[in-house]
Ligand binder design. Structure first.
Ligand code: GLP
Length: 233
């Protein structure tokens, strides 16, 4: 079992720069056709760097990790809105995919999304991490063999994420999310973690043991994981 590669940077902006360099190299070597994307405040400097760059994504298809149930792309609190605002309105991609949290049949939507993902095959999946160690919306206890599913959000996640909610919209307590197996199917995983609140999650990974209560630790089984962080250990 190979350990994760840890890259320590001075700031989120420097972390974004590292990610940009990594993506640039993959594009130059014609190794990046399908890119998994993430949301959250961590990703803002990353998408800023990418949109300000010369990189050409017109041959790249993207898949986002997750979306709240019930929020349409027109809601400023949806992940679709976030992606349009920070990346998709500014850079051209071949195709972009986000699970549809407004689908009438959510189970069917999860199946459709997982199939599309497996057909496309992720080259790189970008990840953030929740304070409780969740990746995408794979909350503590999510099994290793999980694929795209409807997730029940924990009180911890609802508390943390609700601070970003605008216009008095109530945070949904469910979301559609890629599962652990969906994420692990990517050839390469790059996780970004900035700030002290993420220290416990990264420490869990560094301990080197799989703990289903910290779903980030499943990454230890992958073999091609880079963690970019401003934390010192
Ligand atoms: C949400 C997303 C995760 C993300 C996490 C961290 O819960 N589902 O994919 O990693 O937020 O967000 P932030 O970057 O704002 O700390």
């Amino acid at each position: 079992m190979e350990k994760c590669k840890l890259i320590q940077v001075e700031s989120p902006e420097k972390g974004a720069e590292k990610f940009y360099q990594l993506i640039k190299e993959e594009l130059e070597h014609n190794r990046l056709h399908v890119l998994g994307l993430a949301t959250g405040s961590t990703m803002i400097p990353v998408y800023k760097k990418l949109t300000e760059s010369e990189l050409d994504f017109s041959d790249v298809t993207t898949f986002n990790l997750d979306e709240y149930v019930g929020l349409p792309a027109s809601s400023p609190n949806s992940y679709a809105y976030f992606m349009n605002e920070h990346l998709f309105n500014k850079k051209t991609f071949k195709e972009t995919n986000i699970p549809d949290g407004t689908a009438e049949n959510l189970e069917e939507e999860c199946k459709r999304y997982e199939q599309a993902l497996q057909d496309a095959k992720l080259d790189i999946q970008l990840l953030g991490v929740g304070e409780n160690g969740h990746i995408a919306f794979n909350e503590p206890g999510t099994p290793k063999d999980s694929v795209t599913h409807v997730a029940q959000l924990t009180d911890s996640t609802l508390g943390v994420n609700s601070q970003y909610f605008e216009n008095d919209e109530k945070i949904p307590n469910t979301a559609l999310t890629m599962g652990i197996a969906s994420i692990m199917s990517a050839k390469k995983l790059v996780l970004l973690a900035f700030g002290e609140k993420k220290r416990p999650a990264i420490e869990k990974v560094l301990e080197g043991k799989i703990d289903p209560d910290w779903t980030i630790t499943y990454l230890l089984e992958h073999g091609n994981v880079t963690i970019i962080t401003d934390l010192e250990f």
